[in-house]
Design a protein around this ligand. Structure first.
Ligand code: GLY
Ligand code: MN
Ligand code: MN
Length: 448
């Protein structure tokens, strides 16, 4: 090839890479040190006195990638297991406690940060100590046995569930009294209270949640990228749909996209329901063979750098909506779009409901019992933490997820987008996946 040709091809390649970069070359970034240090300082600024103690996750879940405890990760960005973070607001210093690993543990799992000479520089922590020093450190930093511990007294959240789903899961487990042992979080509190009974105990969760609910510019960039990856995943599942394929094959098409683009996997168990399964809200068996005439409902989102996206689309297996499917779909879509129009800083749930009712009336559409309202927050957890019942604020991320279900007709429709509240409205982070009927039918006409 002569030089001119090489130049021309390089130019074309650069343009191609620029256009397709978000999906083809999304990479894991994590958070900058400045971001994490800023979070710790912002928390300490509000707490002012005593000690903040946060425990990390103890071990990976079976057959899963390592996933740190959300609150712990938010203030450390560190995935080492069995760690404890202590923040001292008075001096604005933070300390990490880590287990000393045996040579064999290091060989099997890789070393933790305790042996990393640059760890303090990388993390902005004042000191990293072995775990065996934790109790002595607490004793040394308390005023003659007096002081305040700021701990997580409210439940933890997990990647696929908010704080208040945790006691729900525990209550279900405890229905069998042989299962009703105290949770690890509550055990830690009990143990600290036994050792330091004269301390005051305060819940750090309201402050943590007030921070986590407003996404920072770094978080917003990751969410935008995840929005594109997750949208592409759902699009590929649409393209993989035809009568005769199994629901799990659509799941596979979506998962291929998220892993290829650097996400750790789905943010929650993917829901791919066809026919009767479209009416089961959290169906995740994904094992049925899709039939001609079915609707397919897919609820899917990736987990990228500890931030989730939550999307649902519903489409016809044949590629064309029937008149009945179309009518139900249109009602759900109009409610969803009216909510998006209404979302902006300052609005309340009631404002959104009123607006949706007005739009439906003007358009002469029967919303079939659907109301507009706030969906759940989205962030480190797909049902993320944050105070409920307050007006929307810039930087919040939440879903809009109206659904209509007719089990007697094997017909369920849900349309869900993840949106970021901006200065004067909202940005639909999952907008790249079609949701207008003509767009869906056009995409599906491209199937091989
Ligand atoms: N993906 C679960 C939900 O939409 O709430
Ligand atoms: Mn949702
Ligand atoms: Mn969902």
């Amino acid at each position: 090839m002569n030089e001119k040709r090489i130049l021309r091809y390089s130019f074309i390649l650069c343009i191609f890479l620029l256009i397709f970069q978000p999906v083809l070359f999304a990479q894991r970034t994590g958070y900058s040190k400045e971001e994490i240090v800023r979070r710790r300082n912002a928390l300490m600024e509000q707490v002012k006195e005593g000690m903040v103690i946060l425990f990390g996750e103890v071990s990976p879940k079976p057959a899963a990638h390592i996933r740190q405890d959300n609150d712990f990760y938010y203030f450390t960005g560190i995935e080492d297991m069995n760690a404890i973070l202590v923040m001292i607001p008075k001096t604005r210093e933070s300390f990490l406690f880590l287990p000393r690993m045996s040579a064999r543990e290091e060989m099997v799992d890789g070393p933790n940060m305790l042996r990393d000479k640059e760890a303090k520089e990388k993390t902005g922590l004042k000191e990293i100590y072995p775990l065996s020093y934790f109790d002595e450190f607490i004793a040394r930093n308390s005023r003659r046995g007096q002081g305040t511990f700021h701990l997580r007294l409210s439940p933890r959240d997990v990647v696929d569930g908010d704080r208040w789903e945790t006691p729900l899961r525990i209550a279900r487990k405890n229905r069998i009294h042989y299962n009703d042992q105290i949770s690890l979080d509550n055990y830690r509190i009990k143990k600290l209270k036994e050792r330091y009974p004269s301390f005051e105990y305060k819940d750090i969760v309201p402050l943590v949640d007030s921070m986590r609910v407003i996404k920072s510019p770094e978080e917003i960039e990751i969410l935008r990228r995840n929005g594109k990856i997750s949208a592409e995943a759902v699009k590929q599942a649409m393209l993989a749909t035809k009568p005769g394929v199994f629901e799990y094959q659509l799941e596979a098409a979506a998962i291929h996209v998220v892993l290829k683009n650097g996400a750790k996997g789905p943010a929650y168990s993917p829901i791919v329901g066809s026919g009767p399964n479209t009416c089961i809200w959290h169906y995740s068996e994904n094992s049925r063979k899709i039939e001609d005439g079915d609707l397919v409902l897919m609820d899917f989102g990736a987990n990228l750098d500890y931030l989730c996206i939550d999307i649902t689309r519903t489409w016809p297996a044949s590629g064309k909506f029937t008149p009945e499917q179309r009518e139900v779909y249109e009602a759900a879509l109009e409610v969803q779009k009216a909510c998006i129009e209404a979302y902006r800083p300052g609005v309340t749930e009631e404002d959104v409901q009123k607006y949706v009712a007005k739009v439906m009336k003007e358009k002469g559409i029967d919303p079939r019992g659907l109301k507009g309202g706030f969906g759940h927050y989205v962030g480190m957890a797909v049902h993320d933490v944050g105070p409920r019942g307050i007006p929307l604020k810039e930087g919040m991320v939440l879903v809009i997820e109206p659904g209509l279900y007719y089990p007697e007709k094997n017909l369920g429709v849900r349309i869900e987008d993840t949106v970021l509240i901006t200065k004067d409205g909202c940005e639909v982070l999952s907008r790249d996946v079609p949701k207008e009927i003509n767009e869906i039918e056009k995409l599906m006409a491209k199937r091989k």
